[in-house]
Every structure is written in C-alpha cells, then in structure tokens.
Design a protein around this ligand. Structure first.
Ligand SMILES: C[S@@+](CC[C@H](N)C(=O)[O-])C[C@H]1O[C@@H](n2cnc3c(N)ncnc32)[C@H](O)[C@@H]1O
Ligand code: SF4
Length: 447
C-alpha cells in the first residue's frame, strides 16, 4: 500500500563512491546466477535424476504461492486472494509432481532430511489443505527420518487450531514474517498486519510447542527511521523467539516499490545500503546483548546447539533439494533448476505427466566448489577441511587473489582451518561473493 497523497520526491542518485544502486537484488540464493540457467540444460537434470542415489542429504521445498495481498517490496511469485478450488487444484498438482519424482532413481526410497514450506503465505491454507498436502508428501517420500520441517506464516493468518494441526503434522520450525512493529511503516510498505497482530500470533505460536519459532524482520523498509528500527529490534527481543532473521530490504525490478521509484512517485527516499548495513549491525549487536548468537549474515538464534537452521546449512553445504510447485528452485546431482513460472504452464506440464522444469544449469566440479564456498561464506565462517577432502583443493590457494584483496580491505581473515568474515564483512557478505565467481559469471545479470 502507498500513502493516499504521496509526497513526490526525485529518485536518489547512487550512493557516492560506492556505486551501489538502490534498485535490484542483494541476497544471493544461487551460483551461478539465474541469468545463465537455460532450457537447453534441462536434459542434464533428467540425466541426474536417472543416476544412482547419492548419499548427500535430501530436502524438499514446496512453494505455496498464495497471499492475501501483495506487499510493495515483494518479489516472490504469489497469487492474491485465490478461491479454495484453485488452491485445492494446485495442491493436487504438487502431489502429482511429487509422485513423478518418487519413481526416479536418484531420489527413489531416499529419506528426506529437511523440508521447507515457503511462499507466498503457506499459512493461508486451511487445516484440511495442509493435512492433505503433508499426508500426500509422506506417501511420495520416506519422511520418518526428517530433522527439520519449516513452515512460513504471516501474522494475520494464524489460528491456534491451524498451529496445532501443523504440530501434529510434524512441523518443527515455524517462521513468521513480522518485518516491523511500527504500524505506519507496515502500512506504508503494503503489509496487511499491525503490531497487535504480531503479538497475538506470537502468543499462539509460542503456546503451540514448536521446536523453533523464528521471526523475520526487514531493516531499511521504505520510510524507516533509526528510532523505528531500534524499537522493532527491542520488541522482537522482548518476545524472545528462538531465532530472528533480519533481511536488508531489497527493491527488485519486479516490485511495486521499484515501479513507483521509477515513476518518481515514492512517498519517501529508499534507505541507502550504508544505512541498511548499519541497522543490520545494530540489530545483531542488540540481539547479542540479549543473549542471541549470530549464525549467518541474516540469522541470530538463542541456542545455537538447538536452533541451527538446517535447511540453510544443508543447502549451502551441497545437499540435494527437490523443488515442488510453480517457479520452485531445486538442486539435484549438481544441477540447479527452476520449475515453470506461471500457474498455467506448471499445471499443464504436470497434467501431461512431465516434471515441470523450465530451466537448469549443470555445474562442473569447479562450479560446485565455488558455489559451496560462496554460499557458506554467507554463514560467516567456512571450514576448509571439507573442501580439501571433497574437492582435493585448498580454498586458500584456489581463491588466493580474492581472499588477499578482501582481507586487505578488512572484510575477512584467513585462518589455518577456516576463512572467517569480520563483522563488517558479514554485514555486506552478498556484495563480496562475486569476487570469487568464475570469470564467465563476473558482471552478469543476477536474474
Ligand atoms: C515468503 S516471505 C515469508 C512469509 C510471508 N509471505 C510473509 O511475508 O510474512 C519470506 C521473507 O522474505 C523477506 N522479504 C520479502 N521481500 C523482501 C525484500 N524485498 N527484501 C528483503 N526481504 C524480503 C521477508 O522478511 C519475508 O518474511
Ligand atoms: S512478502 Fe510474503 S505476504 Fe507479502 S506478498 Fe510476498 S509472499 Fe506475500
């Protein structure tokens, strides 16, 4: 939502000296960048699916692309206010897609170690829908050894009955999108909830007995002041969730914020990256003072022994991931892929009995080494021994140039057994990753 009578401001120029445009992505979710994934590489994915199962952990991601309303900053694929029959048909398609995987050699009978239900807003499903989805997935895949099942929720859409159903269905980690505790700021960025909804939803979630409850905050929302950010951090710590994720607000090209920015119609200046980094640093500092431990460039947890985020750890450590649903991303046998990106194309492909792949990228051993190194840098520390064993390469020699350059700039240190980001490095980690990219992927578009 934008203000009814916006004050028109001129688009800001890039930040002086840094050349960091305010528009575009920050968070790096994959290597190589999505822009080099193509339909021509889909056969490599089918070959990977026909190979013998590997011993790497296997995860399942399910995209649930339904929301009450589109937030102004949101770049995820989601459909607004869809009636129950549309959602039911979608869930049946996801289960048919799961059944198509279940017969493929690389995943057949392989236990699922972790699952993630993301969106969209998964908590928009009804109890009956979520039961149908979870029980169908259990039929398709061996689910009993699963270590972590994450389910994303938005504050307005949770009820205690729904949460009890999630617990009974084996959800272990509940992740709620809070973003801010300031009602004006929430409205200005197009959120439907208010701070009071967060309080109410958190009480219910806390009572439901999940192993881990995580709350997402966004720093640098449009119009955010220093005082509003501090207050949001204070309020989140007051609630004492098991984990807190802080995202630096991005303004990707396909968002309403971006369109309004380009039309010169934003009600405030976007927050600069320098300020977002400073607010993330301040947020992490306050969380640490409150007893939390920072475990990545985005996450802090109360108890790192109990509340690691396994989905992230596994995925960035090279695990396989089956991506189910429209536009979903997966990674199998060293091949990155994405599903068809419209509901129509996705449902039509599955109805024909095909896995609905749109584009893929087969990584060489060299690409996999870079992929795992850069993704693990996002955790703040990369242990070197696994790279020496698995790839027969010492990352300190392999990446000697970028490591020296970034160490000289104060972003990281090289130890005997690990590469470790400094705190200032961690706050800008996604900006540092391209230094490690193969020359084929330097200076190309992200998506
Ligand atoms: C799919 S949403 C989570 C569930 C639910 N849809 C919600 O918004 O509450 C995942 C998280 O991504 C983050 N996010 C979404 N758009 C973002 C953006 N443009 N920049 C940074 N973080 C963003 C938000 O913190 C959000 O909670
Ligand atoms: S941020 Fe979450 S609730 Fe908002 S549109 Fe995106 S997926 Fe939906």
């Amino acid at each position: 939502m934008t203000l009814e009578h916006p004050v028109h401001v001129a688009p800001p120029t890039p930040e002086p000296g840094l050349g960091e445009p305010v528009l575009g992505n920050y968070f790096v979710a994959a290597y190589p960048p999505f822009s080099v994934w193509t339909a021509a590489e889909v056969p490599a994915l089918n070959e990977a699916l026909d190979r013998t199962a590997s011993s790497t952990p296997l995860g399942v991601y399910v995209h649930l692309p339904f929301c009450q309303k589109k937030c102004d900053y949101c770049y995820y694929l989601s459909y607004v206010a869809q009636p129950a029959p549309v959602v039911n048909r979608y869930l049946e398609t996801v289960l048919q897609e799961a059944a198509l995987y279940a017969d493929r050699r690389a995943v057949k009978q392989r236990p699922v170690s972790f699952a993630y239900f993301g969106g969209g807003t998964p908590s928009m499903l009804s109890r009956a829908q979520v039961r149908r989805l979870l029980s169908g997935l259990r039929e398709a895949f061996p689910w009993d050894e699963i270590e972590e099942v994450t389910f994303e929720c938005a504050p307005r859409s949770v009820t205690s009955e729904f949460l009890v159903a999630l617990r009974e269905l084996g959800v272990t980690r509940l992740s709620m999108g809070v973003q801010s505790f300031d009602d004006t700021l929430l409205a200005m960025n197009g959120r439907t909830h208010l701070a009071a909804d967060i309080q109410r939803a958190f009480r219910l979630v806390d009572q439901a007995g999940f192993d881990c409850v995580n709350l997402d905050l966004m720093c640098g929302l449009l119009g955010e002041t220093e005082a509003q950010w501090r207050e949001s951090v204070r309020r989140v710590i007051e609630l004492q969730p098991d984990g807190v994720t802080i995202y630096q607000t991005e303004i990707p090209r396909n968002t309403r914020l971006c369109r309004e920015f380009e039309a010169g119609a934003l009600p405030a200046q976007p927050v600069s990256w320098d300020v977002k980094r400073a607010r993330l640093g301040e947020g992490f500092g306050a969380l640490e003072q409150g007893g939390y431990t920072v475990i990545s460039g985005y996450n802090a947890v109360r108890n790192p022994e109990r509340h690691r985020f396994l989905y992230q750890d596994h995925l960035w450590g090279g695990a396989d991931l089956i991506g189910l649903g429209v536009a979903s991303f997966g990674y199998l046998g060293g091949v990155h892929y994405q599903n068809r990106t419209t509901l129509e194309d996705y449902e039509a492909a599955v109805a024909r009995g095909e896995l609905p792949f749109q584009r893929a990228f087969k990584l060489s051993d060299h690409d996999r080494l870079v992929r795992e190194f850069v993704l693990q840098l996002k955790l703040g520390v990369v242990p070197l021994a696994p790279f020496r064993t698995r790839f027969g390469v010492d990352p300190v020699e392999f990446f000697a140039d970028p490591l020296q350059k970034l160490a000289a700039a104060g972003w990281l240190t090289c130890e005997e057994n690990a590469v470790r980001l400094t705190r200032t490095g961690l706050l800008r980690v996604d900006r540092l990753l391209a230094h490690f990219y193969d020359s084929r992927f330097q200076s190309i578009r992200y998506t």
